[in-house]
Design a protein around this ligand. Structure first.
Ligand SMILES: Nc1ncnc2c1ncn2[C@@H]1O[C@H](COP(=O)(O)OP(=O)(O)OP(=O)(O)O)[C@@H](O)[C@H]1O
Length: 257
C-alpha cells in the first residue's frame, strides 16, 4: 500500500529560482490495484516516483510504502519496492542471468531462494532464450525485461513503473502491459506513470491527472468521465489542463494588477 499526503518537492533552480515540482499532492494506492499518474512532460511524475523509491527526499508532506516512511525508514521501503524506468542501466559485460542474480545478491537473498526465484522469473517473463546474452548485445525489449526482473527479484509488494513503455516497440510494450496486469492480479500494488492516454485507459484502475506539480483530479475512468460529463478521455484530459492553465494565468494577472 502506498500513502501520500500533502507531498511537496521544491528544487533550487539556477534559472527559475525556487521551483515547486510537486505541490501538496495526496493519493493512496491499494494492493491489487494499478494507479496511473498521467501528465505531460514536466508535470512532476518522476519526482513523485523518485520520492517513493527513496532516491529523493520530499521537501514536506508524508509518503509511506507498506506502512514505512520513505524518509525515516528508507531501508525498509527499499526492501518492499521495485522500480522500473525506461533507462535503467544495464551492465554491458554481464549476461541477463548474471545481472538479475547480482541484484538478488544485493538484496541479501540466499542461494536456493535466489535460484528458485530466478528460474520462475525467467520463465514468467520469457527470458530463457537470452539468459546468456550480455548487456552489450541486448535489444531494447530484452533490456526492459531484465530491468523488470531486476525490480521483481526480491518479490516486493509494491512496484513502480516510470514511463516504462517509452521507446519500446508495440509488441514489447503490449507484453509489458500484460505483465503489469498479471502482477495486479497477483495482489501487487502498482503505480504507473505515463503521458500516453490510451495506456491509462486500458490499464489503470484509478488515475490521477497531474499538471505543473498538482493533481487536477483523480478517480476511476468511469468516475472521471461521469464527473466531467465527457466520455472522450482525451477531451477530458486536455480540458482539465487548459482550465488549470487559464486559472493560473488569471491568478497571475490578479497578483500583477
Ligand atoms: N534536479 C532538478 N533541479 C531543478 N528542477 C528539476 C530537477 N528535477 C526535475 N526538475 C523540474 O521539475 C519539474 C518536474 O519534473 P519531473 O521529471 O518530475 O516531471 P515528469 O512529469 O516526470 O516529466 P518527464 O516525463 O519530462 O520526466 C520539471 O519542470 C523539471 O524541469
Amino acid at each position: 500500500m502506498i500513502q501520500v499526503q500533502h507531498l511537496t518537492k521544491t528544487y533550487e533552480d539556477l534559472h527559475r529560482g525556487r521551483f515547486v515540482a510537486v505541490d501538496r499532492i495526496s493519493f493512496t494506492v491499494r494492493p491489487g490495484e494499478i494507479f496511473g499518474l498521467l501528465g505531460p512532460n514536466g508535470a512532476g511524475k518522476t519526482t513523485v516516483l523518485r520520492i517513493l523509491s527513496t532516491v529523493l527526499s520530499p521537501t514536506s508532506g508524508i509518503a509511506t510504502v507498506d506502512g514505512f516512511n520513505v524518509e525515516s525508514d528508507a531501508a525498509e521501503v527499499r526492501r518492499r519496492i521495485g522500480f522500473v524506468s525506461n533507462n535503467t542501466a544495464i551492465y554491458e559485460r554481464m549476461t541477463a542471468w548474471e545481472l538479475v542474480e547480482y541484484f538478488g545478491r544485493l538484496h541479501g537473498m540466499a542461494n536456493d531462494q535466489l535460484l528458485h526465484r530466478m528460474e520462475n522469473l525467467f520463465d514468467r517473463l520469457r527470458m530463457n532464450d537470452f539468459r546468456n546474452v550480455p548487456g552489450s548485445k541486448m535489444s531494447t525489449g530484452m533490456r526492459q525485461k531484465v530491468s523488470i526482473a531486476r525490480a521483481m527479484i526480491h518479490d516486493p509488494p509494491v512496484l513502480v513503473f516510470d514511463e516504462a513503455t517509452l521507446g519500446l516497440d508495440v509488441l514489447v510494450a503490449r507484453n509489458l502491459l500484460s505483465v503489469i496486469r498479471s502482477l495486479r492480479d497477483a495482489g501487487k500494488c502498482l503505480i504507473f506513470s505515463t503521458h500516453i492516454m490510451s495506456e491509462v485507459e486500458r490499464l489503470c484502475d484509478r488515475i490521477a491527472i497531474m499538471h505543473r506539480g498538482r493533481i487536477l483530479d483523480s478517480g476511476s475512468l468511469a468516475e472521471l468521465t461521469q464527473r466531467h460529463r465527457e466520455d472522450d478521455f482525451e477531451e477530458l484530459f486536455f480540458g482539465l489542463l487548459s482550465r488549470h492553465e487559464n486559472s493560473d494565468a488569471e491568478l497571475a494577472e490578479g497578483i500583477a494588477s
